[in-house]
Design a protein around this ligand. Structure first.
Ligand SMILES: Nc1ncnc2c1ncn2[C@@H]1O[C@H](COP(=O)(O)OP(=O)(O)O)[C@@H](O)[C@H]1O
Ligand SMILES: C=C(OP(=O)(O)O)C(=O)O
Length: 403
């Protein structure tokens, strides 16, 4: 949303000077489909030299900030700053966590945490000084929104918030959040200060935890595992999630998506550049990485169920408070992930996915199927060289699944 860019103060506006970048948004006007290489009536044209962006043929208001996000993925690494497609929050003690993940994996939901300060839900930078948000608002999904499960998002919906594609009663303006008749992907866009415990300005110290979110609709990844640095790089470069009916139309079967650095649409340099910067910063500042499956348990989509949000929140709490670091870990076959023996407030049974499947053969087949998809994705990726850059080490490749 335009409303999600950082708004200048009246004083800043007074002395705005020359804009650093100009966006021409003609979303109503289709682009010329007869132009060479044009495959649709939508185009986003970026000229880094002229510092201009032209948006044609899309009513998706978020394109402005997502387009600028691509610009940031070019400009920031040049300054040694890592741009991140992640949510970010901070505990009262100053411990910062990043939440990487593709759409629908829980960046907004899990970074909006009543016990912590929200730095942002989608786009950040990690520099030598710590983290900073590059937006001024959030874009929450509101399908089936309830005040019990997501109180802060519920309360942020007030005058000044833009609700998209929801169905409401015209006279009372009461919204039916369960109504999917326009789309599943209903949204609320609000300025970050509508979240009572937002951290203003939206900056914080170096992250202590880096959480990679995957909504695994195959139901075979553990709810939480601790990652080695090489595994972190492997999973960061893979950028896995599985599409489910919630975000894309017509999808009824789990379908794996791999999006390098959890943001293939935005990165401008070779993915290993961002991965190397992430590894470097994590090592330098002593951050621990985790893989959290916010997707299915007890079977794939259609058989199993989505992980209870309350359990995922307990897992995230245990990451934040440091207790999960003290658990005993055992390594899984195939993916080689390290699973904790217990998490406060979560039934231990669910920590090992195979415990939840009634059909063990189906579990094993699905696990191997997903592993193959990861391996295939990474194979394509190994050929993906830009210039002389190919610093994927054998260690990272070895940190992936093995059959
Ligand atoms: N266990 C879970 N963890 C996280 N989100 C969940 C879980 N179960 C259901 N959800 C729902 O999934 C959606 C996650 O979307 P969101 O937080 O907007 O993701 P993102 O910001 O990464 O696009 C929300 O609608 C949330 O209520
Ligand atoms: C579509 C967006 O991303 P997500 O689906 O992750 O909220 C957005 O931020 O505009």
């Amino acid at each position: 949303m335009g409303g999600r860019c950082i708004r200048p103060t009246p004083e800043e506006l007074e002395d705005f000077g020359t804009p650093d970048f100009t966006i021409y948004n003609a979303g109503n006007f289709p682009c010329n489909r007869y132009t060479h290489y044009m495959t649709s009536s939508t185009s986003i044209d970026l000229n880094l030299k002229r510092k201009e962006m032209i948006i044609l043929g899309t009513q998706y208001a978020g394109e402005m900030k997502k387009g600028l996000f691509s610009v940031m993925h070019y400009l920031m690494p040049k300054r040694g700053v890592l741009s991140l497609h992640s949510g970010c929050n901070m505990g009262k003690q100053g411990d910062v966590a990043l939440f990487f993940g593709l759409s629908g994996t829980g960046k907004t939901t899990l970074s909006t945490d009543h016990n912590r300060l929200l730095i942002g839900d989608d786009e950040h930078c990690w520099s030598d000084n710590g983290v900073s948000n590059i937006e001024g608002g959030c874009y929450a999904k509101c399908i089936d929104l309830s005040p019990e499960k997501e109180p802060d998002i519920w309360n942020a919906i007030k005058f000044g918030t833009v609700l998209e594609n929801v169905v409401f009663e015209e006279h009372t303006r009461e919204v039916d959040y369960g109504d999917r008749s326009v789309t599943e992907n209903t949204r609320a866009a609000y300025p970050i200060e509508f979240i009572p415990n937002a951290k203003l300005p939206c900056v914080g110290p170096h992250p202590k935890n880096v959480i990679l979110l995957a909504c695994d609709a195959f139901g075979v990844l553990p709810p939480v595992s601790k990652l080695t640095l090489a595994q972190t790089m492997y999973h960061f470069i893979s950028g896995y999630t599985a599409l489910i009916a919630g975000t894309e139309d017509g999808i009824r079967e789990p379908q794996a998506t791999f999006s390098a650095c959890f943001g293939a649409a935005f990165i401008m340099l070779h993915p290993t550049k961002y991965a190397a910067m992430l590894a470097d910063k994590m090592k330098r500042y002593g951050a621990t990485a985790w893989l959290v499956n916010t997707g299915w348990s007890g079977g794939s989509y259609g058989v199993g169920k989505r992980m209870k949000l309350s359990y995922t929140r307990k897992i995230i709490d245990a990451i934040h408070d440091g207790s999960l670091l003290k658990a005993q870990y055992s390594q899984t076959p195939v993916f080689g992930l390290y699973i904790p023996d217990k998490v406060e407030g979560v039934p231990s049974d669910i920590l090992h996915p195979e415990n939840m499947w009634s059909d063990q053969n189906a579990y094993r087949d699905t696990l191997e199927k997903l592993a193959r998809l990861f391996i295939n994705n990474f194979e394509n990726f190994l050929d993906y060289k830009i210039g002389g850059d190919n610093d994927l080490t054998n260690e990272i490749v070895a940190a992936g699944p093995r059959l």
